[in-house]
Design a protein around this ligand. Structure first.
Ligand code: EPU
Length: 419
């Protein structure tokens, strides 16, 4: 295992480039199961999670070749069992369920289980595929599903906490090869769903409305291979915007999609951060003292839950009081205790985090608990006085490509050491 050592307080400046989107890549890799043709996907981020998905595709019979430029997937799916070992390490793997059902008419997929950010049920996935004519059961930790024929239908896919990104993806991938028309009402509107819809269209699927709450799909008999370039990761970009704001730096975030980040940028403007679009890049500048502001996370286009922890790190050093509510994952607050170890003043009261911003954080040994909590600790470490050690950084390697290299490029002192 490795840890990050960060010597805090170094001035940060310059350009930092955003990689391809992790959460868009995972369902798109799963969608390649829908064809026997060759798919070439460029700008795939080199991450533990994308590697895990490639391993899973191989275990299902596909041939996966990787070069620094592209991932090429060919061959036919031969196996319908997605093993516990691969699915349990990454919830994204659960979205092989839809394509396996569409291609083979049966699937045995390990349940993903809960994780530190909350319970994470699968009822919406089950409801969605079952309404397409699938018989599904849960046995010994696996979803056992089969169908003679997938049939299009109209369904409502909203849940207690709003729409579900991966449930929408699973249903879309099953419906593209179903008989007739499927209408998904209350579909997730995240850019990752839009990307998946674009990829499926490039494969020959008939799909409309992806990126809106109403997706209409007309099933086709067969899909072809295609070539596709992944767009940039909005959460990595947002993390860099928040880092620039916390470090009071002037940083150009290259390949950041401004439109995907409107809720964050609007909030940053309201607290006094200058954020401007510069072609396909976004520039962040801080010229004055920042003000605290509350956030409530919501499904897209609301403030993303995946930037909540990083925003908390910013509020921790913004004098005044702010309140954070996570309406997507109400228990996603593991980072509070670790930020407090660095001198932050944050307490949890029922479903909210109350932050009393302090003038200075201090380096400390801390533990990464999940991907975005780890990113919050990196931001805190970079603006702290003294040395921070972040243990268990394998969480970071799941979702941030070459983070230490990228941060060193803007002046940070950060390096890895073996535990
Ligand atoms: N939910 C249900 N039932 C379901 C599925 C979800 O009630 O069957 C609830 C969840 O418990 C949660 C809400 O619906 O309260 C939204 O969860 P969603 O299903 O949208 O999450 P997901 O699709 O499993 C993806 C991302 C997460 C991101 C969420 C929300 C991937 C691989 N993961 O998860 O990303 O937080 O959407 O935007 O795309 C991350 O990258 O760090 C990460 C956790």
């Amino acid at each position: 295992m490795e840890k990050f050592i960060i010597e805090g307080g170094k001035p940060l400046k310059g350009e930092i480039k955003v990689s391809g989107s992790k959460n868009a890549t995972l369902p798109i890799l799963a969608a390649t199961l829908l064809t026997d043709g060759i798919c070439e996907i460029r700008n795939v981020p080199r991450l533990r999670d994308t590697m895990t998905m490639c391993k899973l595709l191989r275990s299902l019979g596909k041939t996966v070749e990787m070069t620094p430029q592209k991932v090429t997937i060919s061959g036919s799916v031969k196996n319908h069992i997605a093993d516990y070992k691969l699915v349990s390490t990454m919830r994204g793997s659960f979205c092989v369920l839809g394509p396996l059902l569409a291609k083979l008419g049966k699937a045995k997929v390990s349940m993903p289980g809960g994780c530190v950010i909350g319970v994470r049920p699968i009822d919406l996935h089950m409801k969605g595929i079952m309404s397409l004519g699938v018989k599904a059961d849960i046995d010994a930790g696996y979803v056992l599903a089969q169908t003679n024929k997938l049939k299009g239908t109209q369904m409502y896919l909203g849940g207690t906490f709003g729409s579900s990104v991966l449930a929408t993806a699973n249903v879309m991938m099953a419906a593209v090869l179903a008989h007739g028309e499927t209408v998904i009402e209350s579909a997730a509107c995240e850019p990752e769903v839009e990307d998946l819809g674009n990829f499926l269209s490039a494969m020959g699927a008939k799909i409309q409305g992806h990126g809106t709450p109403r997706i209409v799909i007309n099933g086709v008999r067969k899909l072809n291979g295609t070539s596709y370039k992944m767009g940039s990761d909005r959460i990595e970009a947002g993390t860099f915007l928040l880092l620039a704001a916390a470090a009071k730096s002037d940083i150009l975030v290259k390949e950041a999609n401004y439109t995907h980040l409107l809720a964050l940028i609007d909030k940053l403007h309201s607290i006094g951060v200058e954020v401007t679009r510069d072609g396909s890049d976004v520039r962040v500048k801080v010229k004055k003292t920042l003000r605290p502001a509350n956030i409530v996370t919501h499904p897209h286009p609301g403030f993303p839950t995946d930037l909540q922890a990083q925003y908390m790190a910013l509020m921790a050093i913004t004098p005044g009081v702010s309140i954070i509510t996570d309406r997507v994952f109400p228990d996603r607050f593991m980072h509070i205790a670790e930020l407090n170890r660095m001198g932050a003043q944050i307490r949890r009261d029922a479903g909210v985090a109350i932050i009393e911003g302090v003038k200075q954080l201090y380096g400390a040994p801390v533990m990464a608990s999940d991907l975005r909590a780890s990113a919050a600790l990196v931001i805190a470490g970079l603006v702290s006085r003294g040395k921070t050690e972040i243990h268990r950084i394998y969480h970071l390697d799941r979702g941030y490509e070459d983070l230490d290299g990228k941060l060193s490029g803007i002046g940070a002192k950060v390096y890895r050491e073996k535990e």
